[in-house]
Design a protein around this ligand. Sequence first.
Ligand SMILES: NC(=O)C1=CN([C@@H]2O[C@H](COP(=O)(O)OP(=O)(O)OC[C@H]3O[C@@H](n4cnc5c(N)ncnc54)[C@H](OP(=O)(O)O)[C@@H]3O)[C@@H](O)[C@H]2O)[C@@H](O)CC1
Ligand SMILES: Nc1ncnc2c1ncn2[C@@H]1O[C@H](COP(=O)(O)OP(=O)(O)OP(=O)(O)O)[C@@H](O)[C@H]1O
Ligand SMILES: [Mg+2]
Length: 373
Amino acid sequence: MFVKHGMNSGFSSLASSAVLRRQQFLIRSLKGYSVSDKIRMEAVKCLSGGASLEANAESVLRTITPSLDPTRHKGQAGKIAVIGGCREYTGAPYFAAISALKIGADLSHVFCTEGAATVIKSYSPELIVHPILEESYNISGVNDEGKRDISKKILSEFDKWMERFDCLVVGPGLGRDPFLLECVSKIMTRARQSNVPIVVDGDGLFLVTNSIELVSGYRLAVLTPNVNEYKRLVQKVLGCDVNDQNTHGELLSLSKQIGNVTILRKGKSDLISDGEKVQSVSIYGSPRRCGGQGDILSGSVAVFLFWARQCNSAAERESTISRTNPTVLGCIAGSALLRKAAALAFEHKKRSTLTTDIIEHLGQSLEAISPAS
Ligand SMILES: NC(=O)C1=CN([C@@H]2O[C@H](COP(=O)(O)OP(=O)(O)OC[C@H]3O[C@@H](n4cnc5c(N)ncnc54)[C@H](OP(=O)(O)O)[C@@H]3O)[C@@H](O)[C@H]2O)[C@@H](O)CC1
Ligand SMILES: Nc1ncnc2c1ncn2[C@@H]1O[C@H](COP(=O)(O)OP(=O)(O)OP(=O)(O)O)[C@@H](O)[C@H]1O
Ligand SMILES: [Mg+2]
């Protein structure tokens, strides 16, 4: 379907259900017409069924990924902290934390319960694991005053580290224990006071959906809901069921309703919005839907978000990218790299592709786009 020059008024009637991924093709096809840039983008916007645009993910990855500069010291490439890991889950926090390192962060910490800490430490010596969180079953005999003291102690333990982190990832394998979640909500409030970016995933979304004030209006917050988590978020915040006939309008409203936090709605295409516009990443990854891929994503977004913020101070940002919110850039980069690594892993492992296989392909996938040397 081609758009003829000057058919401004016709664009809206053309707003068909063109698949997002054809946007790049449409932009190229418009090159044959003397259509101004602005009109061209309007055409693409209308033709793609809404105000969204397939992100130029490779360009974003190339722009925000720092070179391995020999003058930099340990820590400058990023210090990430994952808050998650409990009696039920130890894989998720590991996946998020190790993915951050594999992409290029220098240090990756995990704050979890004591039981989970022993297990996660056994997975990898690369991670710095802090056994500071507590679950109700472990302090059932303690009275309210004692619980308040424990909560204070957890907070002061975390406070010692807070300022050093470039981004937190709250939620992978966090579980839903009320006492633990109450402590984590206090940690999130502290992080917000210190202007530390927060990627909220997994059970962190369970917490935030029930206490939306924890992130509302915090522009350095990123929510990464899967299908279930997104459904719960829309029901709670917008008071309605998910409407797949208006995916972009709904995402824009949801972000605005939560004070323009950035939301990465995971799915066949990942949709990303900070309430200004919707961008999508539709790069084909793999048909495997094994558990843990969302954890890779949350750890990756944390690193890329930090790198995108660093880019602000560097002249190398391309003009189109410099106008984009670093939290949005972090989501585009994280989503694209995960998909590329998943495609590479699937090439080798097919039906038996696991999250650990995808993690092993993160470095190679980033190297192909932004060579280290
Ligand atoms: N290897 C690992 O360690 C991995 C660990 N993972 C970690 O698992 C956590 C949950 O993540 P997930 O993706 O299963 O959450 P999701 O799609 O909302 O739920 C699916 C269904 O299950 C149910 N449900 C979930 N938790 C429940 C609970 N505590 N108690 C009761 N019901 C619960 C849920 O019920 P509902 O919320 O609808 O009431 C929904 O119907 C999260 O922290 C994630 O990081 C994953 O990342 C994968 C790899
Ligand atoms: N239907 C799909 N087709 C292609 N890719 C998908 C599809 N659904 C999700 N993805 C990709 O997989 C990634 C993880 O999405 P998923 O919905 O599995 O997250 P999750 O449930 O939070 O994962 P986890 O098991 O780690 O909690 C997404 O970022 C997206 O890139
Ligand atoms: Mg998840």
